[in-house]
Every structure is written in structure tokens, then in C-alpha cells.
Design a protein. Structure first.
Length: 60
């Protein structure tokens, strides 16, 4: 999906959920925040996986 189509789809979904129109600038701000949350969640998940592998008895 190209950027323009992705933006239009996001704006449509945002309107469906909130009943409000959103500017491209507001959408980019939301996208930036969502990206940060995704990165934090991934790092947290990755740490849990690594920690769980360290705690397996007999695992080097």
C-alpha cells in the first residue's frame, strides 16, 4: 500500500471510530506515538524471551 492510500485508509478508520476528521499532521503525530509504543512492546517482549531462555534448567 502506498503512503497516500495508507493515509486515506487511516483517516477513514479514524473518522469511523471517533466521528472526527483528522489532519495529516495529527495522523503523523499519532503514527509516531504508535511506533514508539510498538518499539517499547517489542523490546519488552524480546527481553522476556531472552530472560526465559536464561532461566531454563540445563540450558547453556
Amino acid at each position: 500500500m502506498d503512503t497516500e492510500k495508507a493515509w486515506q485508509e487511516f483517516a477513514r478508520l479514524y473518522f469511523e471510530e471517533t466521528g472526527k476528521h483528522i489532519s495529516e499532521e495529527e495522523a503523523r503525530d499519532i503514527q509516531d506515538i504508535a511506533q514508539l509504543f510498538a518499539e517499547i512492546a517489542y523490546e519488552s517482549w524480546k527481553k522476556k524471551v531472552v530472560d526465559s531462555k536464561k532461566s531454563v534448567p540445563g540450558d547453556p
